[in-house]
Design a binder for this molecule. Structure first.
Ligand SMILES: NC(=O)c1ccc[n+]([C@@H]2O[C@H](COP(=O)([O-])OP(=O)(O)OC[C@H]3O[C@@H](n4cnc5c(N)ncnc54)[C@H](O)[C@@H]3O)[C@@H](O)[C@H]2O)c1
Length: 339
């Protein structure tokens, strides 16, 4: 019997993000390219065969090659609902770019549509496929730093002028809110946040969040579009030291606590606290996170065993949108919000 063909995937929305999905779909042997949809055309020249470029989802679905097996939804966040619904109803599995939707209500509509259609759905929280963060999580789970105290993220940089429909909380901090739970090992239980509006836009452009996870661990996230240099840093602090991932360069560092005992002098030991030990930068195998994410989704729809690593479920995506809403509510009200 001939081996099954790789699944055919399409991209809907050929903007900053969709063009990268299109590149991988056209070059990765684990998937085939079914075409791309953008009413604005292919402004980045991402599609090699112009015959596979469509102006609408309807055109894609009725194309001569037949409907795709799956589609990546990379349209602006406020367009996720109609696009996901149309594709799911046509029996197409959907990988929806993060955040799942602009509101919890809309996220539920996507989930209901996917469930009713009996197709697979997932959210593209691609940071979970970053090699530095995957290695960091494995080391935390293996007990390298012992009891975890804190997960802290920093995601700052200049404003990408194209984002108009949501603020920095839903667009960018949703990466962090997903990571914090994934690395910290429990859902977010409460948040206290501050936002700022410095660029004269309707939505916030800076947010600081502190909070607590269901297992008692603390977290914070510092996210903005106002910083003149790009920083993407996640650190997990525990009793044995600190792991730090720089996700721009996919580097992972370990700062160990020093094991230099203060003998027979308890007051001094208490005063000195943690001492600075060795620092290690690990050699990692680095693969493009987006390719890892797409391969994981293809494995999921093919029903391969253990295919869920790298796939973020729609329910997790919904939870993250709910936390983002709690962050905005906390910033508005000045109160700590419980989830
Ligand atoms: N995972 C990540 O790291 C990451 C990074 C950037 C953006 N994103 C997400 O990807 C999505 C798209 O963001 P972007 O920065 O690429 O936006 P963008 O504005 O650069 O591109 C969006 C594209 O969608 C097209 N479009 C609009 N409505 C459409 C429709 N109904 N059907 C087909 N195409 C349509 C537009 O013409 C545009 O080309 C957003 O949800 C965003 O949050 C994720």
């Amino acid at each position: 019997m001939a081996p099954p063909q790789p699944p055919r995937g399409a991209v809907v929305g050929l903007g900053m993000m969709g063009r990268h999905h299109a590149r991988i779909l056209q070059s990765n042997p684990k998937m085939r390219f079914a075409g791309a949809v953008d009413p604005g055309g292919d402004r980045f020249g991402a599609v090699r065969d112009g015959a596979l470029l469509y102006a609408s989802v309807d055109e894609l679905l009725s194309a001569p090659g037949g409907a795709p097996d799956f589609a990546v939804i990379a349209v602006p966040t406020e367009e996720h609902v109609p696009t996901a619904r149309a594709l799911a109803e046509a029996g197409v599995h959907v990988l929806v770019e993060k955040p799942l939707a602009a509101t919890v209500e809309e996220a539920r509509v996507v989930i209901d549509a996917v469930r009713a259609a009996g197709v697979h759905g997932a959210v593209g929280h691609v940071e979970r496929c970053n090699p530095a963060l995957r290695a960091l999580r494995e080391r935390v789970q293996d007990g390298q730093i012992g009891e975890v105290y804190l997960v802290a993220t920093e995601r700052v940089g200049p404003f990408p002028d194209r984002i108009r429909d949501v603020g920095v909380v839903k667009d960018l901090a949703t990466h962090d809110l997903d990571l914090v739970r994934w690395l910290g090992g429990a859902p977010i239980e409460r948040v206290a946040a501050q936002t700022q509006h410095r660029m004269g836009r309707e939505h916030e452009d800076l947010v600081l969040v502190t909070g607590r996870l269901g297992n008692g661990r603390a977290f914070n996230a510092m996210v903005d579009w106002l910083t003149p240099t790009k920083v993407r840093r996640t650190r997990v602090l525990g009793e044995g030291g600190m792991l730090v991932a720089d996700t721009l360069n996919a580097d992972l560092y370990f700062y160990a606590n020093a094991h230099v005992p203060t003998v027979g002098w308890p007051e001094a030991a208490a005063r000195r606290g943690v001492a600075e030990g060795d620092m290690t930068r690990y050699a990692l195998e680095r693969r493009e996170p987006l390719a890892v994410e797409l391969e994981a989704f293809c494995a999921l729809i093919a029903g391969e065993d253990g295919a869920t690593g790298g796939v973020v479920s729609l329910d997790e995506g919904l939870e993250t949108v709910a936390v983002a809403e709690a962050v905005l509510e906390s910033a508005r009200s000045g109160e700590t919000c419980a989830l």
